[in-house]
Design a binder for this molecule. Structure first.
Ligand code: LMR
Length: 398
């Protein structure tokens, strides 16, 4: 039956972890996947998650036959994205469904897009999270790219981005990262978001936000949702993906949310029913446990405050590592400018290392990162930052 099946290409992010685990060097460092680690390099179960787990153990019904998913999770996620007092939420003008984290939510939307806008394509930023390309390809929605990152300035290519927005056919779908852009760590300023939103209005484009790192850009959940709120204020009907994989450390639970803003509550009911209809054939209904943890945290003021505090600890640690890495490189006398390490934000630093330099780091120093030179800041610790800086200096100095 399967003689025609070859080996699938390796995932450019997840395969880094596999290679890291296969390496027996005591010096090895994993800067691949964007998942938080503490200063010992260990994965973290947040205290708010532990407390939520204790609160629900044995008390909650773990069988769900509802296609709705966790209703509280959806409501609270919408408030996190659109604001506590958002009219969209109060008036029920959104179709919101629990989804299988960011990937599942994007895939659900891509299926919806193909079904109801079969002629459309999606514009993805260049670069973007590698899986975005896979998701829309597998949903058979053609994708194109728009300018985003400028390798010269190691910042945003704002002029080129705006040109692409202007030149795209009216009513195009654009994927936007509202905060802590993956992989570059470069976000538009508030003023730039306003200009982008204005131009989207002129062109009647559809803004689709993938928010995988809310809280990780600034440590402030509302501030990180600012781009989304600007677009909503401007009257856009947006799509929005939220993931709790990183900001609650729940990657393995696959907890997320997809919301699509609608003209009115009646339209929202129709859109929601179609999203559930698509999900039913793909995975029936979403899993219960992780969503219960998230909704418990979001609905309990004490746990929620604890989460916000823990989020700040994660952001402060990664920010401190940015400063230390840059300082170490400068002290080593690196001839290169490393300001972008501290200018970029969120989970990632787009280092500017070439694929050859990335290979050298791996082969000579047992340091693992994606081939595009993306560094997951969470993998850097007080204990390994000097070793890392030295290795980067060695491969970049000539
Ligand atoms: C990443 O970019 O490292 C994360 O979003 C994890 C993943 O699933 O790729």
């Amino acid at each position: 039956w399967w003689h025609n099946v070859g080996i699938a290409p390796k995932d450019p992010i997840l395969s880094i972890t596999e290679a890291f685990f296969a390496d027996s060097s005591p010096n090895k460092i994993n800067l691949g996947v964007g998942a938080y680690r503490d200063d010992e390099g260990k994965p973290v179960v947040l205290q708010c998650v532990r407390d939520a787990e204790a609160k629900i153990t044995g008390c909650e019904f773990l069988e769900s036959l509802s296609r709705q998913g966790n209703v509280k999770l959806v409501e609270e996620s919408a408030k996190l994205a659109y604001g506590e007092n958002s009219d969209v939420v109060k008036e029920g003008r959104f179709a919101g469904v629990q989804a299988l984290s960011g990937t599942g939510a994007c895939r659900l939307f891509a299926e919806f897009q193909r079904r109801f806008r079969p002629e459309s394509q999606i514009y993805l930023p260049s670069p973007t999270w590698s899986n975005h390309h896979n998701i829309w390809r597998d949903a058979r929605v053609p994708s194109r790219t728009y300018h985003y990152y400028d390798p010269e300035s190691k910042g945003l290519h704002f002029g080129a981005l705006m040109d692409d927005v202007k030149n795209a056919p009216d009513h195009s779908f654009f994927l936007l990262h509202p905060c802590a852009h993956n992989p570059t760590g470069v976000d538009p300023t508030e003023e730039q978001w306003r200009e982008i939103s204005h131009q989207f209005k002129v062109k009647n484009h559809f803004p689709f936000f993938d928010m995988a790192y809310q809280g990780f850009a600034s440590g402030n959940l509302s501030k990180d949702a600012q781009a989304i709120r600007i677009f909503v204020e401007d009257g856009h009907l947006i799509g929005c993906v939220q993931s709790f994989s990183k900001n609650m450390g729940l990657y393995g639970q696959r907890v997320g949310c997809l919301s699509v803003l609608c003209m009115n509550a009646k339209q929202a009911i129709a859109v929601k029913s179609q999203l559930q209809h698509i999900a039913r054939a793909m995975y029936s209904n979403p899993p219960v446990h992780g969503a219960l943890l998230v909704s418990t945290i979001l609905c309990d003021p004490h746990l929620r405050n604890l989460w916000v505090e823990e989020l700040k600890v994660m952001v402060n640690r990664t920010t401190k590592m940015r400063v230390t890495l840059q300082k170490n490189l400068e002290e080593l006398g690196s001839p290169l400018n490393w300001d972008h390490i501290t200018n970029q934000i969120g989970m990632f630093c787009y280092s500017g290392l070439t694929p050859e330099q990335v290979d050298q780091l791996r082969n000579k120093f047992h340091i693992y990162m994606t081939h595009d030179g993306r560094i997951s800041m969470a993998g850097i610790t007080t204990g390994n930052v000097a070793y890392l800086a030295n290795a980067i200096h060695e491969v970049t100095k000539s």
